[in-house]
Design a protein around this ligand. Structure first.
Ligand SMILES: O=P(O)(O)OC[C@H]1O[C@@H](O)[C@H](O)[C@@H](O)[C@@H]1O
Length: 518
């Protein structure tokens, strides 16, 4: 089976000279030059990085091919060349400038936004395999995730043993301009092809590419944070942003901003005020006093009762005595142990869209998780009984609407392309995804604006037909009923993917079911 390439490397010299706080992305071929929202350093800069934390997971592998390493200067390339090796082609000066801008941006982000939390989790900024900036989130329980800033795609979500839950397609372009295939791409303003479910929902536009714009746009890292010590785990979180520009108006004539928040956590919910994030002005409107007061009251009501209301992390790091410090460390350890027992680690992704123009617009939006599987025949989704389903299995351009009578659906030797309406949300209960590997399963929860579940496996539509056997994709989204946003309004959707590691004997029990005697 072809292996997807590694996707992240740390910057070589994070302590290097202070970099200009701007990143000029490579140009999309055939489109006008575009910019990303300007990077602003956070107001609350994390304190000193401190000593390496025991139990910290290994970083994702480094890029093995030095010719792809944008941090290498032409001189360093010459120095490391074998005597009989052909000289590598020197990058064009324009390309070198683009790489230097990426390196400068990454070093700046690393300097200002990286966090190493005393509980063992944190965030680092590095360079992805497509030479675009990428953020690494790591959790004290040994899980890590990488978000590539081209498309804000979560390209990897690794377990402590280094195995990846997500699937990056081996045929993915990694040119920093085309969408990354696999991982967790973002979908907006159109789900899939213009002619399929999007047309049924009334938003299909032939000028908009399959799955829309966000997965081909460059995003900026605008904030990082961890939860305060009163939460059971640090829950590393990164917030990314992008916005419409001349190149997107040519395809879809509306003005928007998009924000994307990615967290790795065992805490069930992150309360925004408990994250030490730089405050971000979203859209044109600042929250009113009443809204702020209501948010604070909601947070106080929902705050975990344990932890004896300790102050948040940065305050806690101030002047405290040793005894108090030790007590806090013990409490933090207990909290993590408790959290390990109480909650699985989960990936939480929140997409927010703001209408920054003068006209209303209508859209579909989703986050589409590609998960590597064991056996296709035993990969299935459960929790679907009684759902209305828009089914494009046999014809991608003509969905037919029917009701699912089965609670589960199994992927298999066929194309799967359907959307279950009102599935996986709080009202309907979560959906379970079994990747057919007998090692773990995923619980999918939709909140806020996400109400639908898309299931997709392209079968033989892929360039190499054997590739379809390696993954399934499921979208958490607002797909069947498009959202209409008035100027200055915003919308958000939340997906939580909880990872349930299976104990070996759970399966022994299932496999032996046939031998049971009652
Ligand atoms: O045009 P392609 O390559 O078949 O891709 C379209 C598909 O893209 C997938 O991402 C969507 O989930 C499907 O609903 C859609 O049909």
């Amino acid at each position: 089976m072809p292996k997807a390439p590694p996707e992240w490397q740390p910057p070589t010299d994070p302590s290097g000279p202070s970099a200009p706080p701007e990143f000029t992305p490579p140009r999309d071929p055939g489109t006008a030059p575009r910019t990303v929202p300007e990077f602003e350093p956070p107001e609350q800069v994390p304190p000193g990085k401190g000593a390496p934390t025991p139990g910290r997971p290994a970083r994702p592998e480094e890029i093995p091919d030095p010719e792809r390493d944008p941090l290498r200067t032409p001189e360093r390339r010459r120095e490391t060349r074998e005597p009989d090796e052909e000289p590598a082609e020197e990058p064009e000066p324009e390309e070198q400038d683009a790489m230097a801008a990426v390196v400068a941006y990454v070093e700046h982000c690393q300097e200002v936004l990286s966090i190493e939390d005393e509980r063992g989790g944190g965030i680092e900024v590095g360079i992805g395999q497509n030479s675009c900036p990428a953020a690494l989130l790591y959790h004290p329980m040994g899980y890590s995730a990488v978000v590539n800033m081209h498309g804000a795609n979560v390209v990897s979500w690794k377990r402590p043993d280094g195995s990846d839950i997500l699937h990056l397609r081996p045929d993915t372009p990694m040119d920093g301009a085309s969408p990354i295939l696999g991982g967790v791409p973002l979908i907006f303003p159109q789900y899939g092809r213009a002619s399929g479910i999007a047309a049924y929902a009334g938003v299909g536009s032939s000028s908009v590419p399959t799955n829309g714009l966000l997965n081909r746009m460059h995003w900026s890292l605008i904030g990082t944070g961890v939860t305060g010590l009163d939460a059971p785990d640090p829950a590393p979180t990164a917030v990314f942003a992008t916005e419409s520009d001349e190149s997107t108006y040519a395809i879809w004539p509306f003005h928007f901003q998009a924000f994307y928040t990615v967290s790795l956590m065992c805490t069930d919910e992150i309360l925004p005020d408990n994250l030490n994030l730089k405050p971000i002005t979203r859209g044109k409107r600042e929250p009113t006093e009443e809204e702020l007061a209501a948010a604070a009251a909601a947070q106080a009501a929902a705050a975990p009762k344990r932890g004896r209301g300790r102050p948040n992390k940065w305050k806690a790091l101030g002047d405290k005595g040793n005894a108090e410090e030790e007590e806090e460390e013990e409490d933090a350890d207990e909290d993590i142990e408790e959290a390990e027992e109480a909650w699985p680690v989960q990936l939480r992704c929140v997409l927010e869209i703001v209408n920054t123009g003068d006209e209303p617009f209508t859209f579909e939006a989703a986050v589409q998780s590609h998960v590597g599987i064991g056996q296709m025949a035993s990969a299935e989704a459960q929790g679907l009984a009684g759902k209305m389903v828009l089914d494009c299995d046999s014809n991608p351009d003509k969905p037919w609407l029917h009701m699912s009578t089965d609670d589960s659906t199994t992927f298999g030797e066929r194309r799967m392309d359907r959307v279950y309406i009102d599935a996986g949300n709080e009202k309907s209960g979560s959906v379970m995804i079994y990747p057919g590997n007998h090692r773990y399963h995923l619980e999918l929860i939709h909140r806020e604006g996400f109400r639908d579940l898309g299931l997709w496996n392209p079968h033989h539509d892929l360039p190499d037909p054997s590739m379809f056997n390696d993954f399934i994709a499921f979208s958490s989204g607002e797909i069947a009923r498009p959202v209409r946003l008035e100027p200055e309004e915003s919308w958000s959707g939340e997906m939580v993917l909880r990872l349930h590691e299976e104990k070996p004997d759970e399966h022994v029990q299932w496999e032996n079911m046939g031998d049971w005697e009652s």
